[in-house]
Design a protein around this ligand. Structure first.
Ligand SMILES: [Zn+2]
Length: 160
C-alpha cells in the first residue's frame, strides 16, 4: 500500500463530520481501516485526543470578557460612524448634482446678461461663473468636514 492511501485515510478521519462523506468514501475508509492497523491506531489516538479536548472546561476570565466587550463596542461605534459618513456623502453628492443641474444654466445666463449690461470683462464673468459652479461643492465639503470631525471627536476613545 502506498503512503498516499494512508494519508488519504487520515485526511478523511481528520475531517470534522464523517456523516457528510458520500457512501463511496465512507465504505472505502471502513475497508481501509479493516485492513490497516496503522490507520486504526491513528483513528483511536485521534479519537482519544478529541475526547480529552472536549472534556476540558473553557472559561473566559473577566479581563478577557471585558476586553472583548470593549472591542466589540468600539467596532460597533466605528461601523455606525462609517454608515453615517456614507449616508452624508451620498446625500451631499445628490445635493451637488441636483444643484449643479439646476443652477448652471441659470447662472450662465445671468452672468451673460450682467456682462452685457455692465460691459464687464469677460474674464470676470467667467471667474464668477466658475465660483458659482463650484460653490455647492465647496459648501458641501465644508459641511462634511465639520460633520466628519464631529464624528471623529465623538468616536475618540469610546471605552473611556
Ligand atoms: Zn492506512
Amino acid at each position: 500500500m502506498s503512503s498516499s492511501v494512508h494519508e488519504q485515510a487520515r485526511a478523511l478521519l481528520a475531517a470534522a463530520d464523517l456523516e457528510n462523506f458520500d457512501r463511496g468514501q465512507h465504505a472505502w475508509l471502513q475497508a481501509h481501516l479493516a485492513e490497516c492497523a496503522a490507520c486504526r491506531d491513528y483513528q483511536a489516538a485521534a479519537g482519544s485526543v478529541i475526547r480529552a479536548l472536549r472534556t476540558q472546561p473553557f472559561a473566559a476570565d473577566s479581563d478577557l470578557v471585558r476586553t472583548t466587550l470593549v472591542r466589540v463596542r468600539a467596532r460597533a461605534l466605528e461601523l455606525r460612524q462609517q454608515r453615517e459618513r456614507n449616508r452624508l456623502a451620498g446625500a451631499a453628492c445628490s445635493f451637488v448634482g441636483v444643484s449643479a443641474a439646476i443652477t448652471i444654466p441659470w447662472s450662465w445666463r445671468c452672468l451673460e446678461w450682467i456682462g452685457a449690461a455692465t460691459s464687464a470683462a469677460s474674464w470676470l464673468c467667467q471667474v464668477g461663473f466658475a465660483f458659482l459652479w463650484i460653490a455647492p461643492a465647496l459648501i458641501v465639503s465644508a459641511v462634511l468636514l465639520a460633520r466628519g470631525s464631529h464624528l471623529a471627536h465623538d468616536g475618540e476613545h469610546p471605552w473611556q
